[in-house]
Write a protein that binds this ligand. Structure first.
Ligand code: CO
Ligand code: CO
Length: 308
């Protein structure tokens, strides 16, 4: 075993031989949107994300499906599976089986196996003082998904969130590996930006400094956050990171937005300062967004420092 659960990394890694290690991860979600095809797509993108966050290439996937017997039609279930399959094809990942159960609340996801060279594993716990911190997708999907469910989101706001959640991190992973050896990588999901940044800080024993106003947001997220319409998980995330958080001049709703639970978020990574130009160029050449949101500093004790 090369990577286990100690540093809450994105996936487990098991050494096969000198040049190959297997990467294992599993993830599933309750519905994020009404459209079954899009739900299936988001479930697949989200499940593959941890493979890319380890610097690995996905090989095969097993489907996990929980659906209420006799409530969802076979057509709707077929749409969910076809949505997922469309993403597995983009990821060049073979569906090799799965399992379904009867459940009053639908759930869908995949257990994914990937492969990586044992010297090229990207961990979440290896950031170094002086590194620059980047994020590849906007945050705010928790507050936006809640608004979609409550009927408070316009079509434009919903479409932007769907576009974010259905974008594979494959592209960001390839842009990053072409330009640099990142010092640490994770993906932003249920613990929110600050929750995952805290795991990076804790694992490496460093301070992570974030500039709040440079964090990219989905359309609508800022306004919804100001009216405090967060899902419960986002507040729990803030409670979890607050003991390790130093912040100045940041309103409570803004901090909650920074811990908003994310579905299918982007890669959060650190690189050496001297690699910044090449990494920016690589993302730019591929027409991919990339946001500089902070840096890493040495610490007596691991900490998150958030300024406006
Ligand atoms: Co992850
Ligand atoms: Co995960």
């Amino acid at each position: 075993m090369l990577v286990g659960n100690e540093t809450h990394d994105d996936a487990g890694v098991y050494l096969l031989d000198d040049s190959r290690a297997l990467v294992h991860t599993v993830d599933f979600l309750t519905p994020v949107v009404d459209d079954p095809y899009i739900y299936g797509q988001v479930a697949a993108v989200n499940s593959l994300s941890d493979i890319y966050a380890m610097g690995a290439t996905p090989l095969s996937a097993l489907n996990l499906l929980a659906v209420p017997d006799g409530v969802l039609s076979p057509q709707v279930i077929g749409q969910m599976l076809r949505g997922g399959q469309s993403i597995l094809e983009l990821a060049e990942t073979a569906l090799i089986g799965g399992h379904s159960i009867d459940d009053p609340e639908p759930k869908m996801g995949y257990a994914v196996t990937g492969i990586v060279h044992p010297d090229k594993i990207w961990r979440n716990s290896t950031a170094q003082p002086g590194d620059r911190l980047f994020l590849s997708k906007p945050i705010g999907s928790g507050v936006v998904i809640k608004a979609i469910k409550d009927g408070d989101a316009t079509g434009e706001i919903a479409n932007a969130a769907v576009a974010m959640m259905t974008t594979l991190n494959r592209y960001a992973k390839e842009a990053l590996e072409a330009a640099s050896t990142p010092t640490a990588v994770t993906d932003v999901t249920g613990f929110g930006l600050l929750g995952h940044a805290w795991e990076m800080a804790l694992g490496a024993g460093v301070e992570i400094h974030l500039s709040a106003l440079s964090v990219p947001l989905l359309p609508g997220a800022w306004e919804l956050a100001q009216s405090n319409k967060f899902p419960a998980g986002s507040r729990r995330n803030l409670d979890y990171v607050r003991p390790h958080l130093a912040s100045t001049d940041i309103e409570e709703w803004f901090l909650t937005l920074l811990t908003d639970a994310v579905t299918s978020g982007g890669l959060l990574f650190t690189i050496k300062a001297e690699d910044e130009g090449e990494v920016r160029q690589s993302f730019h050449d591929r027409n991919l967004p990339l946001y500089a949101i902070g840096h890493v500093a040495s610490a007596q004790a691991p900490k998150l420092v958030v300024s406006r």
